[in-house]
Design a protein around this ligand. Structure first.
Ligand code: AMP
Length: 364
């Protein structure tokens, strides 16, 4: 089977690697000739709203999926007229807009911080009265890795904040004093089969994911799976969906969904019976889903801006090296390392060996 993918970055690249043994070949639409997924599939070079390039992609595949959510809705509509698109246009439209996604969570009874829809500085002033400070102001669309958002701590931060973030539609959220952040990755096949990976604890540095570790038998696992399952059912979802939450005591507060394979699931390549990338392709191709069982103890580290010394990393037992083949640039995700171990103590030792070797160049 041939599957088209909108976007040709590292997520597409790892999807293509998972597709090879299943005899699923991928074609990517990406504006860059250097798209790093192209090493493992066919590249159609073109903008995401280039109708001719989209036609070229669609002509050679049987279905289409995505590796990022900020796809123009017209592109999704153009493709959906000709081929099955997974996840659906409705799922993408909801996930790319923070107001729509949080409104859906609330309709489904999934707890979130208090929210307000903001279309002007006056809306913002009124919402601050209701929600109170501190609060987080975010653009409704096109935000990622902490971009397009501002924490409002005092009245001075509120003044002019709507203009500062570009005077576009925004959402104001109450600030959550969370204990830590987790994500739950779920997958739903075209026939409605469901599977969930264990909750993953995520650590960020300057808004970017730095480290992820799956948590065995977490008391909030069932709550998270219910929320992921409800959202997937409401959206008629097909494929992998990542749901990010804040843990506050014994409560989960929903933050956001990503309608795609997710950075906090890269450890599943070596750490699960079946990786998120393979399960996404199985779901899209309507094949039976693979087991999401974890193999031993595992942790993931992102490589941002600069790679560490490869030979030093590979001298650590259980270290798995992933170079995305991208040119290094401050604040750019260019690879990751997965550490596997048989016990929690052994994993901790290996993490302590790896961490001093990392040379991450985070955004300024
Ligand atoms: P997001 O793009 O919404 O995932 O936000 C990026 C990061 O900002 C999150 O991973 C949190 O660390 C932090 N953040 C986002 N929203 C809130 C909030 N309402 N309260 C506290 N921290 C937040």
């Amino acid at each position: 089977m041939r599957v088209g993918v909108i976007g040709g970055g590292q997520l597409g690249r790892m999807m293509a690697q998972a597709g090879l043994p299943l005899d699923i070949q991928l074609s990517f639409l990406d504006p860059s000739a250097e798209a790093c997924a192209a090493q493992f599939g066919t590249l159609v070079q073109g903008a995401y709203d280039d109708a001719d390039a989209i036609d070229q992609l669609v002509a050679n595949v049987e279905r289409v999926t995505f590796e990022f959510e900020s796809v123009p809705p017209e592109t999704v509509a153009q493709i959906a007229q000709q081929l099955p698109v997974y996840p659906s246009a409705q799922a993408l439209a909801t996930a790319r807009d923070r107001w729509l996604e949080k409104s859906l969570f609330q309709q489904l009874g999934i707890e979130t911080a208090p929210i307000a829809d903001i279309a002007s500085q006056a809306d913002l002033e009124a919402a601050v009265e209701r929600i109170d400070l501190p609060a987080v102001l975010k653009t409704r669309t096109l935000g990622y890795d902490g971009k397009g958002q501002k924490v409002l701590r005092g009245q001075a931060d509120v003044t002019g904040a709507f203009g500062e973030l570009g005077a576009v539609p925004m959402i104001l959220e109450g600030f959550v004093a969370f204990d830590y952040e987790v994500s739950c990755i779920g997958v739903r096949s075209a026939s409605g089969e469901l599977a969930f990976y264990p909750l993953v604890r995520n650590e960020h540095r300057q808004g970017m994911l730095y480290r992820s570790e799956p948590l065995a038998e977490h008391p909030l696992q069932a709550t998270a799976e219910t929320a992921v399952g409800q959202v997937m059912a409401a959206l008629g979802y097909v494929g992998v969906l990542a749901f990010e939450f804040f843990v506050v005591g014994d409560r989960l507060l929903a933050n956001e969904i990503a309608p795609r394979v997710h950075n906090s699931g890269h450890w599943t390549i070596e750490g699960s019976e079946c990786s998120q990338f393979e399960n996404h392709l199985r779901a899209v191709a309507d094949l039976p889903l693979g087991s999401t069982e974890t193999r031993g103890c595992v942790a993931l580290y992102n490589l941002i801006g600069e790679m560490p010394e490869r030979a030093q990393v590979l001298s650590i037992p259980g270290a798995h090296w992933h170079d995305y083949g991208k040119s290094p640039r401050r604040g750019r995700k260019i690879g990751h390392i997965t550490l596997t171990a048989t016990t929690a103590d052994q994993l901790q030792q290996r993490c302590a060996q790896l961490e001093p070797l990392l040379r991450n160049a985070l955004p300024n």
